[in-house]
Unconditional design. Structure first.
Length: 323
């Protein structure tokens, strides 16, 4: 049976790709969202695959290239609309990683995430298009930290915050100040900021993410500064989340200064170790376990605030849909 360790080695992010990809590893790559990356390695001649695995991975790579073109056009339209409205925008997650570390077709994307100043969130949505509400969640959709819109036929999440406000204290103004603005008006976070944002993204999902999220962080780590990541994790009150995330990454093979950074943040402490060891991959887990890991990634006070807010929104959603 193929393992996540084999998948990390085949990715070539920690060292030259090793081994030969067979059908079992290809199936695991598909499940964990890493098939396009392996397909890119095969096309480049850096990785070998068996005849039954090769077509699947190359097809994923070609599909990702096609999606890159579609999302590229959507980003052009998004950047133009926000520039006209004089709204700064910061790319997040896959779109930012695509500009910093991944070549065309190496990383698949299901949507684009972009952060705008909270005070201009409604203006940004109006400039781009009407939000796509979540069925049965009318109150949550209005008060959430992000809204889904369609730009050029592609899904775009416009964020006013990285995640639900009670969880962390992210200095989003500082993210914009340290970012590198592109010619299209869409900025890319500083690598250390993007690294922290990936940890926060993982934590807000209870670390129930595909293994692609781990490969994202491994690809970004050489550009990020471990000391800066520690400092910003502390400043953003995200030390528990980052400690758990680094514990996962170190277990996947990340070394060097990141081992010390993980220790400084408490990755060997009982809470971070528990969160890291119970984190599944494939994105599937029981809801209560995800909630428990989210709560374990923040202080008890912030966990109580988040749970209270979440419960209130769910109650108001239920009342609104049954009135």
């Amino acid at each position: 049976m193929a393992s996540l360790g084999e998948l990390a080695r085949a990715s070539g992010l920690l060292h030259a790709p090793t081994g030969r990809v067979g059908s079992a590893l290809a199936a695991l790559a598909v499940r964990e969202g890493c098939d396009a990356l392996l397909g890119a390695r095969i096309v480049a001649g850096r990785l070998e695959a068996t005849p039954d695995a090769r077509p699947t991975l190359i097809a994923a790579y070609r599909t990702a290239i096609a999606h890159d073109l579609l999302f590229g056009r959507a980003l052009e339209e998004l950047g133009a609309a926000l520039r006209r409205a004089e709204i700064p925008a910061l790319l997040l997650k896959g779109a930012a990683l695509r500009r910093l570390v991944f070549a065309a077709g190496e990383r698949s994307m299901s949507d684009v995430d972009v952060l705008v100043p909270a005070r201009r969130w409604s203006d940004a949505i109006a400039a781009v298009g009407a939000p796509i509400g979540v069925a049965g969640r009318p109150v949550t959709s209005r008060h959430d930290y992000a809204a889904l819109v369609a730009v050029g036929g592609m899904p775009v999440e416009i964020h006013r915050h990285l995640c639900a406000q009670p969880l962390f204290s992210v200095d989003e103004r500082a993210l914009f100040l340290r970012a590198d603005e592109g010619a299209d008006g869409l900025a890319v976070p500083a690598p250390s900021d993007l690294f922290i944002s990936l940890a926060i993204h993982a934590a807000k999902h209870g670390f129930a993410l595909p293994f692609r999220a781990v490969l994202d962080a491994l690809a970004l780590a050489p550009l990020a500064n471990a000391d800066a990541v520690v400092d910003r994790a502390l400043a953003f009150r995200a030390e528990n989340a980052c400690a758990a995330w680094l514990a996962i990454l170190v277990r996947a093979g990340l070394g060097g200064p990141w081992i010390e950074a993980a220790s400084r943040l408490g990755a060997t402490g009982p809470r971070a170790r528990l969160v890291a060891r119970t984190a599944p991959f494939g994105g599937h887990d029981r809801p209560w376990r995800r909630v428990a890991r989210i709560a374990g990634s923040v202080t008890p006070f912030r966990a109580a605030l988040w749970l209270g807010q979440r419960s209130l929104f769910r109650l108001l959603d239920a009342l609104a849909t049954h009135v």
